[in-house]
Design a protein around this ligand. Sequence first.
Ligand code: NDP
Ligand code: OXD
Length: 315
Amino acid sequence: MAGILLAIIGWDPKGWDHRFRTLAPQHDIRVWPESVGDPAEIAYACVWKPPQGLLAGLPNLKAVFSLGAGADDVLTGPDPPKAPIVRIVDPDMTMRMSEYVVLHVLMHHRRQRRYESQQRERLWRDHDQPPASEVAVGVMGLGVLGSNAAFVLHRLGFRVGGWSRTRKSMPGIETFDGHIGLEAFLRRTEILVCLLPATMETRGILNLTLFRKLKFNGALGGAFLINAGRGALQIDADIITALDEGTLEGATLDVFPSEPLPVTSPLWTHPRVTITPHNAAASMPRAIVAKILRQIDRCELGLPLEHVIDRKLGY
Ligand code: NDP
Ligand code: OXD
């Protein structure tokens, strides 16, 4: 029997608690903050945005499971846990993210925001419709989520490019890597999809300088941003400037430097911004708890954990 602590902020922990107790009645499930008990008895922590200091105060941790694909919230802070940090890799999440990316790429490509606003005015007006084969989409981050989204967009006929830290070869996708490849990647990209993790290297990368390098005179006649990676990647004020000066035609934002997005943010009311509440690819207890429990079994048997993040790289 292992002590498993759930520490979840910003999501309702009930579904997670219920799923863990249903699938693993043999384990000692505790929930922060009400039933932490003796910290020395906790072997595993399953967390989303854990409170500062909590993990550092668990002396016998064998592993920390981020309940999301990104583990930046576990790593940030002065005292990150010494135990291995495992992230979620799950086909359910991958599919959800690809759905989100396709939905919003098509929304910009097919000018859906314009038609919605015309509908409110009962306006019957057609807009230019370039074929997908003339539209260049660029995916920043070609990991588990980015590579699947890139392949699905390619199947839809878009001209897909992708950018990653290390070199990749992906059939049908034009790949770029590193600082040197970034410039060329941006110059060919009209719809920029960001699925990067938040690391020391990527924080703030979605800024005005970068937006100004995007291809604004392609088939769509303007550039678009879709960020479903992390809010820390983007500078909100730069997005607004880019929209107002015409560098960006539109933006879809699922993530924000401060979440929930403050009610005072001008992004809420910007006519060319589409906002979703950090749910591009939600973590579902139904899909994920069984996976974590299998990893705990592996750990108890002395087998290596899967999907452990690299602390130096931050993802
Ligand atoms: P992965 O770790 O599988 O992929 C990360 C990708 O980013 C890799 O291709 C990596 O390059 C690339 N990358 C990292 N650092 C750099 C850099 N400095 N320069 C260029 N490329 C870089 O992550 P996932 O695909 O599983 O998830 C990506 C992110 O999506 C998560 O970290 C999370 O923040 C976000 N997310 C958001 C959700 C939402 O609902 N909005 C849901 C789930 C995840 P390389 O391949 O060379 O290592
Ligand atoms: C994640 C997220 O990282 O939901 O999984 O953002």
